[in-house]
Design a protein around this ligand. Structure first.
Ligand code: NAD
Length: 462
């Protein structure tokens, strides 16, 4: 599915004009006062899911997909209204992507050996009730995508969503339960608490009925989950560099990188956060970015002013995350036309606006003397997250070298970062990319445990 920026802008305008509705009142499926209650209800539901056929699970998932499509505009609007981050048009596309490209039960497969001594299977079995922690950057996208995969694997799930996105998260949880009930499945396939906090998260992490915790968020939460003593899937922070070498189609690289960087105002963890360009094409790249791709070239003074606002007192200012370039510039007293969608400048790799994971459309460019220097700088900027990186090059040896050195879960070549999620690229979608614990792009199979089932000396019929 290719993303054309003009199409996206049209959708944004159409949706903003169309949606005058406030969020519907929530019927509250799956929402409880306490974490203990939420886990108990999810456990009851899992006992039913456990004995459902794969076909029954898939019918519920099909209904979840339908409901996501029907509510994509509303969910997008709610996410932007509640968090103040991102933009409606891109969030609609993200929800459509979840509906269409998140793997379901087809991801649950069996491995078999048969021979003289019988038949042995390895099957993907449910863990039970999964505890999931979700971010404010893609709140409903993550909840809906996680639920589809976890249910396909025969689990139910208890979410501890980010407090800044609780309404949107609860709405998504309500939706999946409605989808289940409508198809004859149980209520509470996904549960949560009305007021998620660090305390409710801690209760979940310690609870005896939670065998697996899936955390999507920054480094703090992943470390907390991995210290819990339980099995953990940790989908943590990134700082993806986009490397451009002298063999690249430089004009296209400028377009792809800015499209990827500005998608949902740079909220996706996979989105281009900085560029490393070899000296031979660096000026040309920046020229295309400024002249053709709506980038605003920030002066030294403007960069200093941005640092003061964006990294207020040395900490990432939440009021800037996921905001548009126009909004960020207005915060430092610079007014720009609507076609400005990104802020750029050239700087050293240690520049605070380059080295920090900002999650806003600020795209610093680091100049490298040659390809080897570019690889070294990009690896440094990725900070060992081993999350995502991107390259624009026609030289397969360069691409191979970069891939080996940077060692990330995602590496997009010659396209915008969102190709890794299935937009304009092959493959399935996820909003939980577990680089730190090695599952990579999670799907239903990642939420299952392997069980061996052995029939001794029979059922081999060849
Ligand atoms: P965040 O870390 O502030 O919050 C994420 C979740 O973790 C929230 O529910 C929050 O309440 C909880 N949390 C935070 N610290 C915790 C702790 N010590 N113990 C228990 N729970 C804790 O992140 P955010 O601002 O919501 O999201 C942005 C961050 O998440 C970025 O770093 C981004 O790269 C990352 N992210 C990663 C992925 C991925 O798939 N790898 C996807 C989305 C976002």
């Amino acid at each position: 599915m290719a993303v054309d920026e003009r199409v996206v802008q049209d959708i944004v305008q159409e949706v903003v004009a169309k949606i005058k509705i406030s969020a519907p009142s929530n019927s509250g499926h799956g929402v409880f006062d306490t974490m203990d209650e939420a886990i108990a209800k999810a456990k009851e539901a899992q006992k039913i899911v456990r004995y459902m056929t794969m076909d029954q699970r898939e019918k519920i998932i099909t209904n979840i997909r339908k409901k996501i499509r029907e509510n994509a505009e509303l969910l997008a609007r709610m996410g932007v209204d509640e968090t103040g981050m991102g933009n409606v048009g891109h969030k609609i596309l993200k929800h459509q992507l979840v509906a269409e490209r998140t793997p379901g039960t087809e991801d649950i497969t069996t491995k078999a050996w048969s021979g003289d001594r019988g038949l042995t299977l390895i099957e993907m079995a449910p863990f039970g009730v999964i505890g999931a922690i979700t971010p404010c950057t893609n709140p409903s996208e993550t909840i809906l995508c996680n639920t589809i995969g976890m249910l396909a694997g025969g689990n139910t799930v208890v979410f501890n969503p980010h407090p800044a996105a609780v309404k949107t998260s609860i709405f998504a949880i309500d939706l999946v339960n409605e989808a289940s009930v409508e198809m004859g499945g149980p209520d509470n396939i996904a549960c949560t608490v009305e007021k998620p906090t660090m305390e409710t998260s801690a209760i979940m992490m310690k609870h005896k009925d939670i065998p697996l915790i899936v955390a999507t968020g920054g480094p703090g939460v992943v470390t907390a989950v991995l210290s819990s003593g339980k099995r953990g899937i940790g989908a943590g922070a990134g700082n993806p560099p986009a490397l451009v070498d002298e063999t690249a189609d430089v004009r296209k690289a400028a377009e792809d990188i800015v499209n990827g960087c500005t998608f949902d105002n740079n909220l996706p963890c996979i989105a281009e956060k900085e560029i490393v360009a070899v000296d031979a094409i660096c000026d040309e790249l920046m020229k295309y970015m400024v002249e053709e791709q709506g980038c605003y070239l920030a002066s030294k003074e403007e960069q200093e002013a941005l640092i003061k606002v964006v990294l207020k007192d040395g900490r990432l200012n939440r009021a800037c995350v996921g905001r548009s370039a126009k909004k960020l510039l207005s915060m430092i007293g610079v007014n720009v036309p609507d076609n400005i969608r990104c802020i750029t400048f050239e700087g050293e790799k240690e520049h605070p606006l380059i080295t920090e994971e900002l999650m806003m459309p600020i795209l610093g460019v680091v100049r490298a003397k040659d390809f080897d220097d570019a690889v070294e700088k990009a690896v440094w900027l990725e900070h060992g997250n081993r999350h995502s990186a991107h390259i624009h090059s026609k030289n397969v040896d360069n691409i191979t070298k970069y891939a080996k050195e940077i060692d990330t879960a995602i590496l997009v070549k010659n396209g915008p970062s969102y190709a890794a999620l299935g937009f304009g690229g092959e493959g399935y979608c996820t909003f939980t990319i577990a680089s730190r614990t090695g599952e990579g792009l999670t799907s239903a199979s990642a939420f299952t445990k392997r069980r061996r089932c052995v029939m001794s000396d029979s059922l081999c019929i060849r």
